[in-house]
Ligand binder design. Structure first.
Ligand code: SF4
Length: 349
């Protein structure tokens, strides 16, 4: 009989499965703690679970874990990038970003991506499939195991894939990240980042979860945005801004807009003025980041003085805007870059 991954079950589904197995639905908290706090690899390690129940679980399910293919650690800031191989041979990347008071994991949500953003290292390889709930959870389970002293405090869905295009599995995983018996990571410490999938933003506004929403904006001009983010041809700025305003109204939360500065594309004075005008009077933060070069891309980061001038326009307009340098530059920490370098080495996946 084909076994299923136990980590693909929600809390309610596991409860129902336990009830069906031996009528022991109340064991769900214990099993969650073994799976997600202790990160066990086998049912045999669940020592306070009665043997008949362990056997019943083992007969129908298994405990998944991705295989580590490659790892790169930045000597300057400790950013660590993991390349994982999944059961079907697909590869995904996950990044650990350690900081003084927090450890953030940057998660992938899909194998490949269909949104073809022009500056993204993952885009040329197209879309393969969605990650399952278990595959998303296992990114954090593996990193927790590999870094026993590091308390994972924050999660960002900013790796490979568009999380709102894998809406159900991402939300199922978020609920387990949030669960007190699993990872116990507060919803406000979990960021969903979208390139601008309007129906997903509308759905998220009704979800009743306190997660952070981050929107990749990168231009306040439809023609420039459509060139670097093809999603804009489907959901133009007018629709995107309407969905964002509705999200802020419905959730009473702010949105973070991401803006990657690319020399000669979106980093001029008029670009900054257009951005300030677009976001005027909105409850938002603006996160400006200089472009992180990837091999083969014609794009370049702007010079320091241009970044300073851009930021001054935003600040003068009263926007809550910060500029940061990309982390892990020497380890190709931009999304999809480790996967790409392996492609280049091996020729194919
Ligand atoms: S930036 Fe994100 S949404 Fe755009 S192609 Fe890359 S992975 Fe997909």
């Amino acid at each position: 009989m084909k076994k299923n991954r136990i980590k693909d079950l929600s809390r309610a589904e596991l409860e129902a499965a336990l009830k069906e197995a031996l009528g022991e639905h109340y064991r769900v908290s214990q099993i969650f703690r073994w799976l997600y706090k202790a990160s066990v690899r086998s049912f045999g390690e669940m020592t306070d679970i009665p043997a008949p129940l362990r056997l019943a679980l083992d007969s129908k399910t298994y405990i998944s874990m991705p295989e580590l293919l490659d790892l790169k650690r930045s000597l300057s800031d400790g950013t660590t990038k993991y390349l994982f191989k999944l059961e079907d041979g697909s590869t995904i990347e996950t990044v650990l970003l350690p900081e003084r008071s927090r450890n953030t994991v940057c998660l992938s949500s899909q194998v490949g991506c269909k949104f073809a953003c022009d500056f993204c290292a993952s885009a040329p390889f197209g879309f393969v499939r969605n990650l399952s709930q278990a595959e998303i959870l296992d990114e954090v389970v593996f990193i927790k195991n590999a870094n026993p002293g590091a308390n994972i405090t924050n999660l960002v869905f900013m790796g490979i894939g568009e999380p709102l295009d894998n809406y159900d599995n991402v939300m199922r995983a978020v609920r387990i990240f949030n669960d007190k018996d699993a990872f116990k990571i507060g919803a406000r410490k979990i960021t969903i980042s979208t390139c601008g999938v309007v129906p997903g933003i509308e759905k998220l506004a009704k979800e009743g979860l306190q997660v952070e929403l981050s929107v990749s904006l990168h231009s306040a001009d439809d023609s420039v945005r459509s060139r670097i983010l093809p999603v804009n041809k489907r959901y133009a700025l007018k629709n995107l801004m309407a969905a964002c305003k509705n999200y802020i109204r419905a959730t009473n939360r702010i949105i973070t807009f991401e803006y990657v500065l690319i020399d000669g594309v979106n980093s001029s004075g008029p670009d900054a003025l257009a951005l300030a005008k677009l976001l005027k009077a909105m409850k938002c933060k603006v996160n400006v980041i200089s472009y992180n070069r990837i091999s083969g891309s014609p794009y370049r980061e702007p010079k320091e003085f241009a970044v300073r001038a851009f930021m001054k326009v935003l600040k003068d307009a009263g926007l809550n805007a910060t500029h940061r340098k990309p982390k892990g530059e020497e380890i190709d920490a931009g999304c999809g870059q480790l996967r790409i370098s392996r492609f280049e080495k091996e020729g194919a996946e």
